[in-house]
Design a protein. Structure first.
Length: 449
């Protein structure tokens, strides 16, 4: 492992800045995928925009499961890197990619089975379902270009390189932005495909991340090497990965489950309301981009330092990160109070779509600091092999706090009550997550004294 990728030495704040900077641009690339799709699909009309909103919980479910696998791989690989165990490292990386292949097959099969029933549960309008299907029949088989690069980029980050994944994701997002209008509207020699065109453009962008991740692992770093593996040893590595990956993935799919529940509650207010919610959620991804970036680098940083038994460095990074995220998101909340209608208006000219999106952003953004804390705490808990604690926090936020409050709020003040319930549940979960992660880390430090 190159010296500048060793996270067990050197100034912690400098590591934070060095690793987070590229990740911000990388996650910005992923956010560009969503925002550009939303912008161009919004030009097609409110029904198409609502259709994209209905796909979001499904897309996010599989992305979350994939991210869970990536988290498990990153946690295990970063610990092996911290112990400087090269043979173990290469075996883990090879086994991780095989596990990714199995996941692709499972995800695609399950996706086609649950697609139609899920849309019905979310109360998707019969006129919109065909539009949704146009998008998803292309997106689902393309999961191969989602799973492999996400796991591959997780491995690259685990080795201390956040720059390469960041650059690749920015390029992929830019390519998606280029091809979106070409395929959606049929510009020049390209066919006019509407919503299906957005799915094809996304597929092309994802293929770039797939290709580069394989190149970096196989050619540049030479850590992904074809090798004969005993099934018993491979199964042991899969078990080690899945110990973190399964709870982390299940914890993360609580978010799309919640998004699906919110979509179902909002659907009774009409297509424009669903479209507005979808626009707001896409903007939200951009607003919390820094917190998402820091949570991504916590896993390799904590993994390497825990592997080297340097828990004090982990505690300092966690403290710095939490305070910075709270300060940043608090400032952005003030800006959203003023500019939320303007931002929503960039994606739709429908007055009701803009009103709902602005309402969501003005209410829920008060809890974005807490949402950032949840991301940071979950990342730390996952790498400490306590993903069930992170899952419990997310389950409590959704099913113990949000859903009861949302049903009550919906009855009392309508759609506003749903958004207030979400903000309250995030704040409660953020406080719990911070305390639980901190307590667990303190216990680990005492056990090693």
């Amino acid at each position: 492992m190159k010296e500048n990728r060793d996270l067990t030495q050197g100034n912690i704040k400098k590591h934070l800045v060095r690793l987070t900077g590229p990740m911000i641009f990388g996650i910005l690339g992923l956010t560009i995928f969503n925002l550009v799709d939303t912008y161009f699909v919004g030009l097609l009309g409110t029904n198409e925009l609502a259709a994209l909103s209905f796909t979001f919980p499904i897309v996010l479910t599989f992305s979350s499961l994939t991210l869970g696998v990536s988290t498990g791989v990153t946690a295990v690989v970063s610990k092996a890197a911290g112990k400087s165990n090269l043979s173990k490292l290469k075996a883990l990386i090879f086994d991780s990619m095989l596990l990714s292949l199995i996941c692709v097959i499972l995800f695609v099969g399950i996706g086609f089975l649950i697609l139609k029933p899920t849309l019905i549960l979310m109360q998707a309008d019969e006129e919109i379902i065909p539009i949704i299907m146009e998008y998803m029949v292309i997106w689902l088989p393309g999961l191969v270009f989602v799973v492999f690069p996400m796991v591959g980029n997780g491995i690259i980050r685990a080795l201390g390189d956040s720059k390469t994944p960041g650059i690749v994701m920015i390029i992929a997002g830019s390519v998606n932005a280029l091809f979106d209008p070409l395929f959606i509207f049929g510009i020049g020699p390209f066919p006019e495909l509407g919503v299906a065109g957005a799915a094809i453009a996304t597929l092309i962008g994802r293929f770039i991340t797939f290709s580069v991740a394989l190149y970096v692992l196989m050619k540049r770093d030479r850590v992904l090497v074809l090798q004969k593996r005993k099934f018993k040893e491979m199964a042991e590595n899969w078990k080690e990965i899945l110990t973190v990956a399964l709870p982390a993935g299940l914890s993360r799919i609580i978010l799309p489950v919640g998004s699906g529940i919110i979509t179902g509650l909002i659907a009774v207010y009409g297509v424009a309301a669903v479209a507005g919610f979808g626009v707001a959620v896409k903007i939200e991804g951009f607003i919390i981009i820094v917190a998402s970036s820091i949570s991504s680098i916590i896993v390799p940083f904590a993994g390497q330092n825990i592997g080297a038994r340097k828990f004090d460095r982990v505690k300092k990074l966690f403290s710095y990160s939490n305070r910075f995220v709270l300060l940043l998101q608090g400032s952005l909340f003030v800006l959203l109070l003023i500019f939320a209608p303007f931002l929503a208006g960039l994606f739709s000219k429908d007055a009701e779509v803009v009103r709902i999106a602005a309402l969501y952003l003005r209410i829920v953004s008060v809890a974005y600091g807490a949402k950032g804390i949840i991301l940071l705490s979950s990342a730390l808990l996952n790498v400490m092999r306590r993903p069930l604690i992170a899952a419990a926090v997310n389950l409590g936020q959704m099913f113990i706090v949000f859903i009861p409050l949302a049903l009550l709020g919906n009855m009392m003040v309508g759609i506003t009550g749903i958004f207030i319930a979400l903000a309250i549940s995030l704040v409660a979960a953020g406080i719990a997550a911070w305390k639980l992660a901190e307590n667990r880390l303190n216990k680990r430090m005492i056990q090693t004294d």
